[in-house]
Design a protein around this ligand. Sequence first.
Ligand SMILES: [Cu+2]
Length: 330
Amino acid sequence: MMMQPGTYFYHGHYGMQRSAGLYGSLIVDMADGEKEPFHYDAEFNLLLSDWWHKSVHEQEVGLSSNPFRWIGEPQSLLINGRGQYNCSLAAKFSNSSISQCKFEGNEKCAPQVLKVRPNKTYRLRIASTTALASLNLAIEGHKMVVVEADGNHVQPFAVNDLDIYSGESYSVLLKTDQNPYKNYWVSIGVRGRDPKTNQALTLLSYSATPASKLPTTQPPVTPRWDDYNHSKAFTKSIYALMGSPQPPKTYDRRIILLNTQNRLNGFVKWAINNVSLVLPSTPYLGSIKFGLNNAFDQKTPPDNYDSSYDIMKPAPNQNTTQGSGVYSIT
Ligand SMILES: [Cu+2]
C-alpha cells in the first residue's frame, strides 16, 4: 500500500465500531531529510467526530429493524474525543436557555485548548470521522491557508472557514498575528443538514492570556447548513500543488458505483449497484491473504448500474439484491 506523508486517521469498520469511538489519528511524517513545501513552527492535531448518548447497540438494533428506527441527530460534536453537552462555553451568545460551561481550561474533560505563541506559524491537522455530520470549522479573527487535502499537497489558498466531510483530512497554516492579550474561538458546526447539535467550541489561546479568559465576542457563526454555493466555492478552490504527479490519462477498467437506499423484504438497506453487503463471518483481509475461496462470494459485483436507472428519478423503494463479493483489481 502506498502511504504518502500526510494527515490520516484509522477506524474500526465492523458494525458500529467507528460510531462507538474506535478511531484515532494516523500521521505520516516526511522521510528523513525531506521537507514539506511549506514552513511551520509547531502543529496541532484535531480529530473531529459526533456523539450519541444512546448506545451503539441501540442504534444498530433500530437501523436493522422493520420498521426502521433512526436514532436522530447527535447530542454533541467532539474535538479529540471531548465535547460539551447541555452547556456551552459561549452560552451568553446563544438564543436558547443553554447554561454556561464552567471549564477553566485545564480539567481533563475540558476541550483541548490550542495554546499558541505570538507571531508564529502553526499547522493544524484536521480530520473528520463523523458518523453523520458534515462539519465546518472556523477560527475567530484568523485566516487559514489550506496546504494539504487527504494526504496530498495542494496549491495554498486562504479561507475564513473550512468544510470537512466525514473521511476527509486537511492541513491548514495559521499565523498568530492577532492581539496576543485576547483568546479566540475555534468553532465547529454542522453543515448539509438542518443542525440540531450545538457547535463544538474550544479556544486559540495566546501564551500571555490564560485559557479561562473567554472571548467577549460571539464564536464564528457556521455558514448556513444549506448554503451549497459556499461548499462548492471551497471545493473548487482545491488544486493539486503545481508539480504533483499527474493522474493517468487512460484507464484499463472503469467501475461506476451508484449508491442507493433500497428495500429488502421490507427492511431498509443501502446498496451499491443494487447489491447490499452481507458481511461474511470470516474477515475479508484474512480470507484474501490466506486464499480462502469459500469465505465470501467469488463473483465480482457489477462494474456499473442498470443503464435504465434514472438517477434524476430514483425508483421508489426499489428492491435490492444482497451479496459479499469484492472488486478485485489485481
Ligand atoms: Cu470507513
